[in-house]
Ligand binder design. Sequence first.
Ligand code: GP9
Ligand code: MN
Length: 413
Amino acid sequence: DGSELVDIDNYVRANYVKPNKDMFGIAEDRNLIVVTLESLQNFVINNDVYGEEITPFLNDFINDSYYFDNFYHQTGQGKTSDSEFLIENSLYPLSRGAVFFTHSGNELDSLAQNLGDKGYYTSAMHANNKSFWNRDIMYKSIGYDYFYSASDYDITPDISVGWGMKDIPFFQQSVDLMKEMPKPFYTKMITLTNHHPFRLDEEDKFIDEFDSKSGTLNRYFQTVRYMDEAVKEFIQKLKDEGLYDNSIIVMYGDHYGISENHNEAMAQYLGKEVTPFVSAQLQQVPLIIHIPGVTDQGKGKVISKVGGQIDLKPTISHLLGVDTKKAIQFGEDLFSDQHHDFTVFRDGRFVTKDYVYADNTCYSKETEEPVESSYCDKDKEKARLELGYSDKIIYGDLLRFYESSDYRNDNME
Ligand code: GP9
Ligand code: MN
């Protein structure tokens, strides 16, 4: 039965935060385009390599968007697929393995399903083999109407590199596919070029490599720069094809691109040692919410609340006028006045307004130095509880009770 859900449900209810009235439904009935920017970490934003901007387009674009500069990835071994799981469900991925493989048959209450119920045509777009990360199976549980995978794209060797189709042609062909989609649509696009080992053809290198002992980090800046160019051309094509004005565009980095194996080179780039505190802060990924007519023409804002990928489902849902009052979710609407500055990583590290807990140590954000561990105790418990509840839902496939019975009505009204 669903008795295991009762505690979890009580917890989620107690932590529900009300949407911001001014933002609720602001993008209702628009197309929703979510772009997963492969391996994009936040430290490259408004940064440079030897004087050359790494993300010149995004640096402008964030002025025309809500840009969250204290936003973290929460992925584990499932990498990109974990980020997809987080944004669709506002549940944590697993501490071991990829939930896309281990629990692909679970009942879910996804963003795609909720938008589908509202009459949206829902899809994912990714120019890779459809079975990578078990997507072809898992996407059925998430509930997309269609998955545009490698076979839906015209992929030739001249427009491929590394893992497959380059981002520029991927975005271009994707917009052509969007033109044919029933409206309104929700689509989640996943880029690919900025992926380890960060290889590019000569003609796609728009800035110089960095110079350190890590070829990975050296090349990373170039592939990020290429992805930035791809996003720029994507936005232009949306405008050219008349798909821009009636859409909302959400972009986020899926996970780190530079692992701790490259700490020495990273320290050289940052000009400071990569302590466990710095390492945790490097898990920041950009979140950019662009709403034409609302945030463009310089009307954007930098929002420095501490948040994570878990917050995206309620945030996006509310912007589109979808209420999440009854959802089993661990995220909080980032626009809500009641949103808490709290984010837990899948490995148990966490970040609050004033502290970072990493390597079993409580760090002050202000001094970047360890402080008395008791300062982190309350949030440590919250972190443990949330990850545990989320795991219980996944291991027990508990949403099947929530979805398929009168559980909601019996317990909510
Ligand atoms: C593969 C792409 C990259 O399809 O999503 O996967 P990753 O290695 O980043 O999880
Ligand atoms: Mn990825």
